[in-house]
Design a protein around this ligand. Structure first.
Ligand code: IPE
Ligand code: IPE
Ligand code: MG
Length: 248
């Protein structure tokens, strides 16, 4: 995203009033992309950052109100130490570099996940960026970092159980609304559309509660190659879907 770019027009075949309000992405395939170029896996992650920046810009220009990206799962700690360390450093560097532009572009950035287990210096950048952008009224950009859907649900259960134990909440008061307020994503609407790149047809522990009724779009394209045209195709496919929510 550059400070003064020409605003991208919404492709004419897309209906503005039928755009997803919230798009979630599982940015997968960085490692395979790098391998195909004969490069180390980390080069794929580096390229993946450019893809995300371009997608954020596209969402903003086309009128998608919220974008959530899966950057690091609770299971990704199981990768080689070198790769994990590279990713943590990359996240920190990108955040530091992009903050000013996100302010200019009115982006409100949020992080979801077990942030307390991230390296201290990364935590500091995360806190700073969330604090500085919290009043921005533009696109809501959420980054899932050290995020796991199961961990998030268990954490909510524990918090509610403590309130029950203290007599602050009655078991019969636990409904979907109360539960959602205990998730990391409290206050963020559920994704309408999930895009996963690199052809894998699974959720990989992403937003398990929130995506109960999200439309799923999978493309074989690897994340570093995912571009505006691909996003256009995903949105066009979304607009063909009939969302029934269990009704007829
Ligand atoms: C996704 O790409 C990025 C992260 C999980 C951080 P991968 O690193 O999973 O790439 P592949 O799936 O191995 O190709
Ligand atoms: C999901 O991708 C996590 C992120 C994109 C951050 P993975 O590559 O970790 O998922 P699996 O292992 O293929 O399920
Ligand atoms: Mg992967």
């Amino acid at each position: 995203m550059t400070a003064k770019h020409t605003v991208l027009q919404l492709p004419t075949d897309l209906k503005r009033d039928q755009l997803p309000k919230h798009v979630a992405v599982i940015m997968d395939g960085n490692g395979r992309w790098a391998k195909r170029q004969g490069l180390p896996r980390i080069m794929g992650h580096r390229r993946g950052v450019d893809t995300l920046k371009e997608l954020l810009r596209c969402c903003r220009d086309w009128g998608v109100q919220a974008l959530t990206a899966y950057a690091f799962s609770t299971e990704n700690w199981g990768r080689p130490l070198e790769e994990v360390e590279f990713l943590m450093t990359l996240f920190e560097r990108v955040l530091r570099q992009e903050l000013r532009e996100m302010m200019q572009e009115n982006v409100c950035i949020k992080f979801v996940g077990n942030l307390g287990a991230l390296p201290r210096s990364l935590q500091a950048e995360i806190e700073r960026s969330m604090l500085e952008t919290q009043d921005n009224q533009g696109i809501c950009f959420t980054v899932a970092t050290n995020y796991g859907g199961r961990q998030e649900i268990l954490r909510a259960c524990r918090a509610i159980a403590i309130q029950v134990q203290q007599g602050l909440v009655q078991p019969e008061d636990i409904d979907e609304g109360l539960f959602e307020r205990h998730l990391y994503t409290a206050g963020i609407r559920d994704p309408d559309l999930l895009i996963r790149t690199s052809g894998e047809m699974r959720l990989s522990n992403f937003l398990l509660w929130q995506m109960a009724y999200s439309e799923i779009y999978v493309t074989d394209t690897l994340w570093p190659d995912f571009d505006r045209q691909e996003f256009h195709q995903a949105l066009a496919a979304y607009q063909q879907r009939e969302r029934r929510f269990g009704k007829v």
